[in-house]
Design a protein around this ligand. Structure first.
Ligand code: FAD
Length: 499
């Protein structure tokens, strides 16, 4: 479990908590047919289906559900919560102009459905679909069941994900269609002053202050737009090459990932701004790579949406027996940046400090845990997820599986830490910045982790562990049964673009 201390801090009930509401409000039947808009991840006013449609009658309440259990499940962490608070703060400030404000419901979705049924029995409820892990999915499924058979609950599709009529063959077509749809207008103003029968946002913010972690990326739509503009105007120059190096990528990648994950900007808005900017850009090749990644974002999330069990099981069922044993010492050294391989450790220390690292290094970090340390991905994946401000289970889990060789449909790629070290940081300047104790050491020795007593001794032998991993993975991949299962994985999850 990721955040025991976080829970302890926030577990005491808020003054306007659900149980108190039970007493204060439950006897009162609400007269108005209010629209209730529930926010989970799409934390913006622009291009927000639930907010737009929910505001049309101009008599609406906006609720963010704070469920402390959700914030303590695998992969979640205070750095993500801090980003969320930034987004909510900005939403709250913008809502004032619409004579509206955020209210916080503390509790589960089950509690929320009871609250709505008793207090707002005639309300319509508006919610954007979110692909998330099992805890949220189960909660939301029970919530939906409460309103089954009535037309009160409206759930809106989220970006390019097929939630019904799943069909991989027309996925790409649907995605493009979704991206080209007109953006929603801003929500309409509230004509009625809504009764504040839930916790006010400022009170929630005050109570949450002790959980804020500073020093990570800033949330909110303004920050997202600033990043997008600077990326289009200059930062994207050389993006397609620079994205591989951890020190160049910090500036040259869009850095929009947490904004896309929390929805402080819609992926459709990014896509449409990209299409508008593209013809006049001097960096067309780079922006073409960026566009592909917007597509991948949804392509990956679709996998978790289609098969939620991949949160726990490998996509290829024969791969779950590969790594039966967990070595706690190996995992601790890996996640704390103490493997004895300077480049690997520098990447982990950088990620711990910044809450972000580029794709190539994420892949190498995961490959090291799964191939060289031979650890089950189910044990390492949540620990890594906690470190990302942009944690998006729908991308994270399929990527983790891909870099661990357990999908059956991607060729196993074992990254060589030593090669990445000399390719991405030939002079070892970046490594030395992060691990200053290596300042006087010859870069060659750093790349080969040949450091004897000057650094932590390597946790495994790189060559031997890579060979063991390669032999073991390929020995199961050769069989007919493996290939048969792999075909069905491809049918369900494979990109048709490659076929
Ligand atoms: C093991 C592993 C775990 C990962 N976990 C996450 C995660 O939890 N959240 C997350 O957003 N990304 C994850 N990624 C994908 C990728 O590394 C990040 O999206 C990217 O580094 C974010 O930086 P950026 O916004 O500057 O990306 P850019 O290069 O500017 O790309 C723009 C956007 O495209 C999407 N994108 C980019 N690369 C990928 C990719 N390979 N697969 C799917 N979508 C992509 C993201 O939404 C990203 O914000 C993971 C990759 C690996 C190998």
């Amino acid at each position: 479990m990721s955040l025991p201390y976080f829970n302890c801090l926030i577990v005491d009930k808020f003054p306007y908590c659900y149980s108190k509401l039970n007493r204060v409000k439950y006897s009162r039947a609400h007269l108005f047919e209010v629209d209730i808009i529930i926010l989970h991840k799409n934390l913006r006013l622009e291009d927000n289906s639930a907010l737009f449609y929910g505001s049309l009658n101009q008599n609406y309440k906006i609720i963010y559900v704070y469920d402390s259990h959700y914030w303590s499940v695998d992969g979640r962490s205070p750095r993500q919560f801090s980003f969320l608070l930034d987004c909510l703060k900005e939403v709250q400030s913008n809502l004032k102009e619409l004579n509206s404000s955020l209210e916080i419901f503390e509790g589960s979705y089950q509690d929320l459905s009871d609250f709505i049924e008793i207090n707002y029995p005639q309300s319509k409820i508006h919610l954007n679909h979110s692909t998330d892990t099992s805890y949220y999915r189960n909660q939301i499924s029970k919530f939906k069941d409460t309103f089954k058979g009535s037309t009160r609950l409206k759930v809106y599709e989220d970006f390019g994900i097929q939630t019904e009529h799943f069909n991989r063959d027309r996925w790409s077509f649907d995605w493009n269609k979704q991206m080209r749809k007109r953006l929603h207008d801003l929500p309409k103003s509230n004509l009625f002053d809504q009764s504040k029968d839930l916790m006010e946002f400022d009170c929630f913010l005050d109570r949450s202050k002790k959980n804020i972690q500073k020093g990570f990326q800033q949330g909110g739509t303004k920050a997202a737009n600033r990043l997008l503009t600077s990326f289009f105007e200059n930062r994207s120059e050389g993006y397609s090459k620079k994205m591989s190096s951890p020190h160049e990528a910090e500036e040259s990648c869009s850095r929009l990932s947490p904004h896309i994950a929390f929805g402080s900007i819609s992926i459709r808005e990014i896509y449409q701004k990209l299409e508008a900017h593209y013809p006049q850009s001097n960096f067309k090749k780079d922006l073409y790579s960026f566009r592909k990644r917007l597509y991948w974002h949804c392509h990956f999330i679709q996998k978790l949406e289609t098969e939620p069990a991949i949160e726990f099981n490998s996509m290829h069922s024969m791969c779950d027996d590969l790594r039966p044993l967990e070595n706690k010492e190996f995992i601790d050294r890996w996640i704390n940046g103490e493997t004895g391989f300077p480049f690997m450790d520098a990447c982990m220390l950088y990620l711990r400090e910044k809450g972000w690292i580029n794709f190539r290094m994420r892949a190498m970090i995961m490959s090291f845990a799964s191939y060289n340390l031979w650890q089950p991905w189910q044990s390492t994946s949540p620990l890594l997820g906690e470190l990302f401000v942009d944690y998006e289970p729908g991308i994270h889990i399929p990527q983790v599986q891909m870099q661990s060789g357990v999908t059956g449909i991607n060729l196993p790629r074992i990254y060589s830490v030593n090669k990445q070290s000399s390719d991405q940081d030939p002079e070892a300047k970046w490594i030395k910045q992060i691990i200053p104790t290596l300042n006087d050491i010859d870069p060659k020795k750093i790349h080969s982790a040949d450091l004897h007593t000057t650094y932590i001794s390597p946790v495994v032998d790189l060559k031997e562990s890579s060979k063991y991993a390669r032999d073991t993975i390929w020995s199961i991949r050769k069989g007919d049964e493996f290939k048969k299962i792999a075909r069905s994985v491809y049918h369900k999850h494979g990109s048709r673009k490659r076929s």
